[in-house]
Structures are given as C-alpha cells and as structure tokens.
Ligand binder design. Structure first.
Ligand code: AHR
Length: 491
C-alpha cells in the first residue's frame, strides 16, 4: 500500500499551543489517594507525594493539569481542603459516592504542579457552590497578601501567590448527572456572575465556560451558543469533552474515529465563530478540550461509600494507544482553534499510569502521549494525503494514514498512524524543503489487543525506528496498526 504525505512550509495551520499537552486529576477512586498522594507509601516524599508516580508523569512532559474535577468539582468546597490537615473535615462525596478526607487540597495540588512544572488549572464549583465562593478561591490562590483569603494562604505556608492562570466555570453543567445541573440559560447566569467576580479579583485570569459534555447531548451546540452569547467576552475558552471506545469490537471502525473528533472540533469552532460574529466582537472563545480519552470498559462510578475505591480503572491496549495518538494529532491539525487539551486522567482512573501498593506500570496510552508531547513545538502544517482509503461503518471514509506534521525551524515532526489491520504502508513524506536526515524516530507497534500490566510492564512500548530512507523526501515501510513519531532535520 503506497501513501504520500505532501506538506508545504507555506501552508501553516497555526502555532501548536503547548497547553494541548495537558492532563487532569480528579478526586475520584484511586487517582489522588494511593495514586499521586500516599504518605504511607515507601515512595512518599516529604510531602506525601509518590516519587515513583511523579517520575513517571514527568516523562509525559505535560504543561497544564486540571483539578479537582470533573463531577467531583460540582460538590466540592475548596475551604474543606486547606489549613491544618487535622482540622479538615471528612465528608461524604456525592458524585462518586466515596469518602473524602480532604488531606489533599489546593496547597498540595499546587506543590505537585511545581514539582512537575505544570500550570495549575482549577475548576470551580458551580453546582452546589456559589459564584462568591469561586471568587474567594481566586483570592486565596492569586492575590498578594493583605486581604482575608490571601492571608489564609500565607498562614498555610505560601506567602507568594499561586498564580493560577486558567479557571473552569464549573464542569459538565449540561449533564443531568451533574450536581446542580440546570438548563443553559440558568448556567449562563451563574457562570457570568462567577466569571465577573473572579476576574474582578484577578484581571489576569482566563475563564473556561462549560460547553456541551459531548456531541451526543440533546442540547449539543444550542447549549454552547446560549452560554457563549450570555458570557460574551468573559468566556476566553469553551470546553469540549469526549470519551471513546471500541464497543462493537470492530477495530477498523474504531480506528476511523478521528473523523468524528475532527467533526466535533469543527462544529464547536463554527459555533464560537458564529457567536463572535453575531456579537460583532473581534474576540472569540478558543477551544479547551479539557477531558478526552478512551473510556468504555470500566464505566461504574459508585464507590459504595468507601475511601479511595477502585473506580474507572480502565486497562488499555494497543488500539487504544493509536486512538490516543489520533486525538492529539487532531488537536495539532486544529492548532488554529484548539488551545488547551487535558488527557483525562493521569493515575489509576482512566490513566496512563497505574499503581498497586508500591508497584507501578505505564499503560499503552502512556507511550503514545509521550511520543507526541516530547515533540511539542512548532507550527502545524496542512498535509495532503494521497493514498488508499476505506469506509468505516460509523465514521465514514478515511485514509489509511492518519497524520499530523509540525515545522519547528529547521526541524520537521511527523506523526503517522497506519490504520490498516493487515497491510504494510510505504509512506513517502514530501516537503517543499529538503529533508536532510532523521534526528530521531520511534514506533509503537504490537498486536491490536496487547496491553501492559504489573507482570508485563513493558510488553507494549515504543522502540527506536530505523526504517526511514532519506533523499530530499523521506520514505519508510510502516507496519499495520502502528504509530510512528519522527523528527527530521531539514537543509
Ligand atoms: O473523567 C471522569 C468523569 O467524566 C468526569 O468527572 C466528568 O467530568 C466526566 O463525565
């Protein structure tokens, strides 16, 4: 099978935002407790954070992490999670039916962010919380000392502000499952009030309005339109969420899912442009894809009133890793509108990293994410794919090649998935500039259903790829169901 990827340095889509390489940590299951935070672990550092988890997450080179939820955020009162640990309340958590001891809160999260060089991104409670409580959290995090909540932060050990730059105005407020769910017009009023007070407290922050929690929602786009119209310039971003899976066991179909990810992005983008035009505004809301991943097996979300129950512990295989690569490639191809994206989540809960006692392993999706995030700088290039295509049942027609390409000065990053289930692809990469050599290349390839586990932690892992032949253009044979990430040097 022959495919040509034609690129031109004069056809840029846009600078790729480093913030699309984000993650998400929620008080859910074993994500925080026994995940990132476990003072009883042999790996615990002086702050009770697991050093082995920090080391693994560090390899992902994430830039921004969203916290404390998710659905959890809509019942969370941030003041429960600050101050001396012995006086923090243990509460009944309603979103995931769990026990929340609040021993990990804002200060601990910011400490974790500092260790990993992540920008913190906080989601305020617009379900059971008030706009004023959200404003107070901004003061606690971002104000210089001298007023009530900033002084409380200083008393808790941090005289310097945390400078949290990006704030989500609630979570999935369009969903009937959400604590405090209301119709779009009522959410818009709550979000507008909160954003106004939060920004009056710190004019430098950016706000993310809750968009639709999925394109399957009955209010998809209409919700987004109403909310964006009402918020106007207060909404710097609108959120998108998407969880996918191979529910029918049809891998060819599953691997065509990038069509529908592209479509979701393009329709929400169209909606934000429509609202900006109708408002005669020169500013628009950017897309913040603040929850995305594969998630379809471990769906049960009832913790049965336990502390740190094992919830949403999805195990990933090779085809899931290819789909994770496709999400990121879609964000790169939409660099002109997708400015933030957060892999949901990080540890144990639909996560790239799993722990059991003091053990840890990296899931297949870990490798796909790392292969792209370690090549994160550059301008996304529009590519023309000349090669065979197939029709999928649910997602329409796709080329066997899924790709993204970024020009970074004298370097070119090319990402390529061969979606064929049984055929090699001879791929030729053709740029208007001459490709001189391969700087580095790696490939993720295994049987479609292969996965990693505590007993076989490296069964599916990326390996150096030496198959490129470079002669101005570059060509290689890519095996079926494989993902290749390459950095070329240009002359
Ligand atoms: O990431 C798991 C859950 O999925 C989040 O809490 C919620 O926002 C979404 O429905």
């Amino acid at each position: 099978m022959e495919t040509k990827l034609v690129l031109h340095s004069q056809f840029p889509i846009g600078e790729v935002s480093p913030l699309i390489f984000g993650g998400f940590l929620e008080h859910l299951g074993r994500s925080i407790y026994t995940g990132v935070y476990d003072p009883d672990s042999a790996h615990a550092d002086g702050d009770g954070l697991r050093q082995d988890v920090i080391d693994a997450l560090g390899e992902l080179e994430m830039t921004i992490v969203r916290y404390p939820g998710g659905n959890f955020a809509s019942g969370y009162h941030w003041r429960d999670g600050v101050g001396p640990k012995e006086s923090r309340p243990t509460v009944r958590e309603l979103a995931w039916q769990s026990i929340e001891p609040n021993t990990f809160g804002t200060d601990e999260f910011v400490k974790l962010c500092r260790k990993l060089d992540w920008q913190p991104m906080l989601a305020v409670n617009l379900g059971t919380g008030s706009p004023e409580e959200a404003r107070d959290w901004v003061e606690y995090c971002n104000a210089p000392i001298g007023t009530r909540f900033a002084d409380e932060r200083a008393a808790n050990g941090s005289a310097d502000p945390f400078d949290v730059p990006i704030w989500c105005l609630g979570n999935e407020m369009d969903g009937p499952w959400q604590l405090g769910h209301v119709p779009a017009d009522q959410y818009a009023i709550r979000a507008q009030q909160a954003a106004k007070m939060m920004k009056n407290c710190d004019r430098s922050i950016a706000a993310v309005a809750c968009g639709s929690s999925g394109s399957q929602m009955p209010t998809f786009l209409e919700w987004d339109r109403q909310v964006l119209e009402h918020l106007g310039d207060l909404a710097d971003y609108v959120s998108l969420h998407r969880y996918v899976g191979n529910r029918t066991g049809d891998s060819a179909d599953y691997l065509a899912i990038s069509n529908s990810i592209d479509r979701q992005i393009e329709t929400v983008d169209a909606c934000t442009r429509l609202v900006a035009e109708q408002r005669r505004s020169s500013s628009r809301a950017w897309l913040c894809f603040d929850e995305w991943n594969v998630w379809y097996r471990a769906r049960g979300g009832d913790g049965g009133g336990a502390f740190a129950p094992a919830l949403l512990e999805e195990r990933y295989n090779l085809e899931d890793a290819l789909v994770v690569a496709m999400f990121l490639m879609s964000f790169i191809r939409h660099a002109d509108c997708v400015k933030i994206a957060n892999l949901a989540q990080l540890v144990n809960v639909i996560g790239p990293v799993m722990t059991r006692g003091d053990e840890l392993f990296k899931q297949t999706i870990f490798h796909a994410f790392r292969m792209i995030s370690s090549r994160k700088t550059g301008v996304s290039l529009r590519g023309a794919v000349v090669g065979p295509r197939y029709s999928s049942d649910r997602y329409g027609e796709v080329a066997y090649l899924d790709h993204a390409a970024m020009l970074d000065g004298d370097h070119l990053h090319v990402f390529a998935v061969n979606r064929s289930l049984d055929k090699d692809m001879r791929l030729v990469v053709d740029l208007d500039r001459s490709i001189a050599k391969v700087v580095d290349a790696e490939m993720l390839h295994a049987e479609l259903r292969d996965e990693n586990g505590f007993d076989a932690p490296d069964h599916v892992s990326s390996a150096p790829f030496n198959g490129w032949v470079v002669h101005g253009s570059a060509e290689a044979i890519l095996p079926p169901h494989s993902f290749t990430a390459t950095t070329f040097a240009l002359t």
